[in-house]
Design a protein around this ligand. Sequence first.
Ligand SMILES: *Cc1c(COP(=O)(O)O)cnc(C)c1O
Length: 440
Amino acid sequence: MTTTAQTSDRLRTAIPGPQSAALQRRRERAVASGVPSVLPAAAERGGDGLLVDADGNELIDLASGIAVTSAGNPAPAVADAVAGQASLFTHACFMVTPYEGYVRVCEQLAELTPGEHEKRSALFNSGSEAVENAVKIARHATGRQAVVVFDHAYHGRTNLTMALTAKNMPYKHRFGPFAPEVYRVPMSYPFRDPAGMTGEQAAARATTQMAKHVGADNIAAVLIEPIQGEGGFVVPAPGFLRAVADWCSDNGVLLIADEIQTGFCRTGAWFACEHEDVVPDLVTTAKGMAGGLPLAAVTGHADVMDAVHAGGLGGTYGGNPIACAAALATIETMRTRDLAAAAGRIERAALQRLRALAEGDNGIGEVRGRGAMLAVEFAGADGEPDAERATRVAKACHEAGVIVLTCGTYGNVVRLLPPLVIGEQLLDEGLSVLEHAITA
Ligand SMILES: *Cc1c(COP(=O)(O)O)cnc(C)c1O
């Protein structure tokens, strides 16, 4: 095993250690192999930026379970709220009898999501389910069928959301046929777009295709991640989102912002649309919202949301009371600890170090991101994606006890999603391991 000086005192064994390896053998006999894990260390205990495995190794967590445990793992207030609610009742089904937690989460969503208009929300279990429902609502409210999505988009793994997701492998391969009336247009991807292309020009490229290939009158909604997640942490050029939003409102097309990964303080604001002053018609949320409990939402204009007939939306578990209690405690933690500001501090600390590194490394195409959603894209001088290097860097981090993830259409991006409560010193330690992995 090779470890760096920075983490060796946190590791007791090689990764995976004997306990983790034993669990790995059991899982191979019991768990479907289509559901793999990035790092074969069996999680046993969390902490603010640490994950302790079954062999007592302290892993530095720069992934947050894919942008979920932003407020801590567990956040103490979330652990208390979950235990408290579990002792009262664990399920009622909001469609059978209502309860206050569900209503309070919807009140909070109305207050926190962009825009001052009157809003309504509906709660679900997963991000994919929220996206599916946003599309259902948009189609119903507009009486139109087409949905426009972007290159590199990721919206989930259910049948409709597979159609909305761009990348074939691993998400769609041999899982078709996919849902119809989904149209894909080019995203603003500054690193890969023609040099000097502005956000407005990239938006015109996309909206021209919408108008010419689909027809504005046929489009129910344009669905977009304000900063793309799985597709490579692609931050569109300034002005792109605004111009797309304007085209939508000029053409009676609803704008759905998929803030499942970017929402809840991740990018240094409650929602990433705020950076561009864009107010979407509908917003989908999930990941960072409930401290790891399964909860997702669609929030939008009251008239759009309420267009759907009674009984048209719902689900057995959607807005489960324990998940709602966890969400309320998470939101409270984000407010009192000002985790949006914390994300901004993480951005400043990490970008500076990564950009300095990129200066002297012509295998790094771009360092980018916003708040605590940061990425290094590995590419040659000609932009040729270097997935092999991204994989190697991630693997070296894992061996040294630092959890990082890769992403991107070309698999050549290493991404960082640290919990927003991570201490400065621990973040520094994790970044040093990443630096070492990149320069090695
Ligand atoms: C993760 C993600 C989804 C899907 O959420 P699940 O809870 O995994 O179904 C959808 N959109 C975006 C932007 C995501 O990051």
